[in-house]
Every structure is written in structure tokens, then in C-alpha cells.
Design a protein around this ligand. Structure first.
Ligand code: AMP
Ligand code: ZN
Length: 492
């Protein structure tokens, strides 16, 4: 690993700082990302989080790390309300639709995979399910009971948060204080088995009507939601691993509880770098399944959602998302997508020119400066918007070389070509393919118009020549006359 590629800094939610990334085991990275609860179609907000971690995975691989990327499927244990209340989300859907819970799981797991494939995200190395790891979860509950930090009541087992907080810090990740939590919560109704409202379920007793149930030392029941991620991350990545990611909304209680469980079990902090991706919003509000404030990927690809003026390709949507930093909130609107589409086309057209740029004996520009700029952007906490801005700088250089205003040697053109392709295709995960047909037709149509303008000028019919140029300009297409003929560009 070269010096330029070994200075990756990542913002660690646990310390609140950007830190130099040093994996536990040299050249290897263990990364766990919380996956979806498969009880309905994923919306674009979910997709943004998975695209954010796809960028992380791709860049780590580009740097030469051997990455084990584990992303789970939550197919049991996630209740309707985070505070261990309500029906299991999957069971509820199964009951309402009168189908088997595993039919719900299958349907939405397939949707999840198809959607993420459309967005060109790479599959994880391991995709474990909660229901496939019940045995491991029961073992963890036993271990926590042995540590004295769990207690059993009526067939359910809870984690004793106050007792844990005597020797640990419950709130270490979210920055919350247990006293404030206690102060701000209402006391429990007489029906709850919990000693305190802050305690969370490790194992819940299944009521007779609960379909998803497994035998355990405490009777028939099902695991608490936070338990599966501790079980699966420990099993596949060890008691301590490098990166744990998820959406910002999972920081509390989900990830806070994961830390508490692992500390109770192994007396060590499970994760070196906690990463949280920020939310995609619609009309300024978080996209969410429960509120209906969301757009589904298919609605985006077909343009069928009334919020959208037209259809947008997965590549454009991905580009739109990557133009924002993963830790910033991003608001989706039709105008913002249209702007991203224009920008993306400009990028593709610039990159395509790289294939046959004029070659010179000397370079007037420093291509290493451009390439280092890509690394600097990504090494600064995966700053994809800065990377994209740097790529647009390179596109400007490409146009200058094309117009003869700058020069590049053959080896510099090749170097730039390789680096741009690595960053655009391998790291940003853009396919450059989806809009190409459209562009080819646009190219063909414009070359007809450019020829007609040439002809008009040759005939001294300047009125027609200017009309072609001005009318195209009014439509956002500007013609540029250069040494080697006329080219066109799209104004954003
Ligand atoms: P869920 O299926 O609800 O467990 O969510 C799957 C992933 O999507 C989690 O990492 C969530 O944090 C994330 N997520 C949910 N809503 C949004 C949103 N509006 N923007 C970005 N990520 C989200
Ligand atoms: Zn999780």
C-alpha cells in the first residue's frame, strides 16, 4: 500500500472525530453494516444508506484491503415500536396478507437484492439472517445472564441497563446520559416485566398468537432486535472488528445496545470505527416506510411518483446521492435530480473524450495533481462530493486539451484515463452505460446540425448558421468552435 493510499481518515461516531484508519489486522478489514428489515419494499432512503456503505466498501477494496463485508437481513425480532413493544413487523405483514412470514421475508429480500443490483452496489461477502442464527443468539443471552447483567422474568430476558452503567457507560456512542433518560421517561405500567424502562429485551416470550417462535431455556420465544447484530458480527468478524455502519437513526438505541451486549459478554468494546450515514429526506422530512413519506426505486426509474417530473436512471440517482457527503442530510426533489442528470451527462461526455485526445510531446498540465486530488478527497472521510468536483476539474482539462489550449503526453493521457475510470467506475460505482444510447442519438443528431451550420457558413448564410447556434443554446446545448472543428456541451 503506497503512502498516498494509506492516509485514509474516517469520522468515528464513537469519538466524534476524524481518525487515521488503522485496521486491526494489516491489509484486512472487517466491516458490518445493519441490513434491512424485510417486511416491505426498500425506499430510496434505505438505498442511500446502502449506497453510502457501498462507496466505503469499494474504496477500501480500491486501496488494496481485503475486506470481509457482512450485512445482515433482519427477518425476525424487529418489533413495531423500538421500545420492545408491539407486534413483530414481519409477523404483522404475514397476518394481514394471510401468508407465511417466510413468504414475506422471501418477497422483500428479493426486492432488496434486485433494487441494490439496479443501483450497482456490490453484494456483501456474507449476508446472514437473524432466523439462521437463533442458536448463536441464545448462547449470547446465556452469556449475558452469566455476567449478571441480564435477568429473566416470565420467560423473557432483559438487559439491566442501570447495573451495566455502574461500571460502563450506557450512552458512550449516542452521547446520551442515563440519568437524563430516566428523568425523561414515564414509569412503567404495571404490565411490564422490565425492572426499568431503559432495560431492553434480549429474549421475548412468545404469546400464543405469535407465529415466529423458537424453543429456548426460557420457554418459546424470539430474540430481541439488537441481539442479532451482536451474534452475527461476532460470529463472522470476531469480538473486535474494524468498522460497523448503519443509518444515523440506528445509533440509538440499536447500536448503543449492541455495544452494551458485547461489553457484557466480552468485556471489550466491539468496534473500532462506528460510521453513521445520514438521512435522505423528502419535502424536508425523513423518508420512512411508516409515514408514507417516501419514493420507491421503481417509481423513480419509471417517473410514476407525482413528485417527479420524469423518470431517472439508477446511475443518475446514484450520482445524485454521491454528490452529497454521506454524513450530510440530502433532500430529494425533481429539480435536484434534473440538475444531477445534467451534471452526470457532462461528466460522461468529458470522460468519453479521453479515448481520443490529441497527443503532444510535452504536458502543460500536471495529471498527478488531478489524481492526487481524487485520493485526497476520498481519504478525507470518503468525501465523494469533493471527488466529483475534482473529476469535473479534470473534465475541464480534457476540454482544454481537446481545444489545443493545454497539452498532454501519451503516457499522461493513459495515466489519467486509468485513474478516472478507476474512480468513476470502481469507486463511485457509476456504470457510464445507462445514458449512452441516448447520448449516441444526441451525438448523431447534433453532428447533423453542426454539419448544416458548417454548410450555411460556407454559403455565407450567417443568419441560418447563427440561428442553429442560438436555438441550441436556448435549449441548453452550446456549440464550441475549435481548431479541430465544432463540439458541443450541455450547460447545467
Ligand atoms: P430498516 O429496514 O428500517 O431497518 O432500514 C434499513 C437501513 O436504512 C437502516 O440502516 C436505516 O438507518 C436506513 N434508513 C432508513 N430510512 C432512511 C432514510 N430516510 N435515509 C437514509 N437511510 C435510511
Ligand atoms: Zn443492526
Amino acid at each position: 500500500m503506497s503512502e498516498a493510499t494509506s492516509s485514509l481518515h474516517i469520522f468515528n461516531s464513537l469519538s466524534g472525530k476524524k481518525e487515521l484508519f488503522t485496521p486491526i489486522e494489516e491489509k484486512h478489514v472487517g466491516m458490518y453494516v445493519c441490513g434491512p428489515t424485510v417486511y416491505s419494499n426498500v425506499h430510496l432512503g434505505n438505498c442511500r444508506t446502502f449506497i453510502s456503505f457501498d462507496l466505503v466498501y469499494r474504496y477500501l477494496k480500491h486501496l488494496g484491503y481485503s475486506v470481509r463485508y457482512v450485512r445482515n437481513i433482519t427477518d425476525a425480532g424487529h418489533l413495531e415500536h423500538d421500545a420492545d413493544e408491539g407486534e413483530d413487523r414481519i409477523s404483522k405483514k404475514a397476518r394481514l396478507e394471510r401468508i407465511e412470514p417466510m413468504e414475506v421475508v422471501q418477497r422483500y429480500t428479493v426486492d432488496f437484492h434486485q433494487t441494490l443490483a439496479a443501483f450497482n452496489t456490490l453484494p456483501p461477502n456474507i449476508e446472514p439472517t437473524a432466523t439462521g442464527h437463533i442458536v448463536e443468539q441464545i448462547e449470547i443471552v446465556k452469556g449475558i445472564l452469566d455476567s449478571g447483567l441480564g435477568y429473566e422474568v416470565n420467560g423473557s430476558v432483559y438487559f439491566d441497563v442501570q447495573k451495566y452503567n455502574e461500571s460502563n457507560n450506557y450512552g458512550i456512542l449516542s452521547g446520551r446520559k442515563l440519568e437524563d433518560m430516566i428523568h425523561n421517561t414515564r414509569s412503567l405500567s404495571g404490565q411490564s416485566d422490565k425492572r426499568s424502562p431503559q432495560d431492553f429485551a434480549l429474549w421475548k416470550k412468545a404469546e400464543p398468537q405469535h407465529i415466529m417462535r423458537w424453543p429456548s431455556p426460557w420457554g418459546d420465544g424470539f430474540p430481541g432486535w439488537h441481539l442479532e447484530c451482536t451474534a452475527m458480527s461476532t460470529k463472522y468478524l470476531g469480538e473486535q472488528f474494524d468498522i460497523h455502519g448503519g443509518g444515523m437513526d440506528l445509533k440509538f438505541p440499536h447500536h448503543e445496545c449492541e455495544i452494551a451486549q458485547a461489553e457484557a459478554l466480552n468485556q471489550k468494546s466491539p468496534v473500532h470505527t462506528w460510521m453513521h450515514a445520514n438521512m435522505l429526506t423528502l419535502n424536508g422530512k425523513k423518508m420512512a416506510k411508516s409515514t408514507g413519506n417516501n419514493i420507491l426505486p421503481n417509481e423513480l426509474f419509471s417517473g410514476s411518483n407525482p413528485v417527479l417530473s420524469k423518470a431517472f436512471s439508477p446511475d443518475v440517482a446514484r450520482f445524485f446521492m454521491l454528490q452529497a457527503h454521506y454524513r450530510s442530510i440530502l433532500d430529494l426533489s425533481s429539480d435536484a435530480l434534473e440538475a444531477a442528470e445534467k451534471g452526470y451527462k457532462r461528466l460522461i461526455q468529458g470522460i468519453e473524450l479521453l479515448a481520443d485526445l490529441p497527443i503532444s510531446n510535452k504536458s502543460s498540465a500536471d495529471v498527478n495533481m488531478h489524481i492526487n486530488g481524487y485520493y485526497d478527497a476520498m481519504n478525507d472521510d470518503f468525501n465523494s462530493p469533493i471527488l466529483i468536483a475534482q473529476l469535473f476539474d479534470t473534465v475541464k482539462l480534457i476540454h482544454r486539451v481537446k481545444q489545443g489550449e493545454d497539452t498532454l503526453t501519451k503516457s499522461d493521457v493513459e495515466k489519467l484515463h486509468k485513474a478516472v475510470h478507476h474512480f468513476v467506475i470502481d469507486v463511485l460505482g457509476l456504470t457510464l452505460a445507462s445514458d449512452q444510447n441516448e447520448d449516441t442519438y444526441l451525438d448523431k443528431a447534433l453532428s447533423v446540425l453542426i454539419d448544416m451550420r458548417e454548410q450555411a457558413r460556407a454559403n455565407k448564410d450567417f443568419a441560418t448558421a447563427d440561428r442553429i447556434r442560438d436555438e441550441l443554446l436556448a435549449k441548453g446545448i452550446h456549440l464550441k468552435d475549435g481548431k479541430d472543428g465544432t463540439t458541443y456541451g450541455l450547460s447545467s
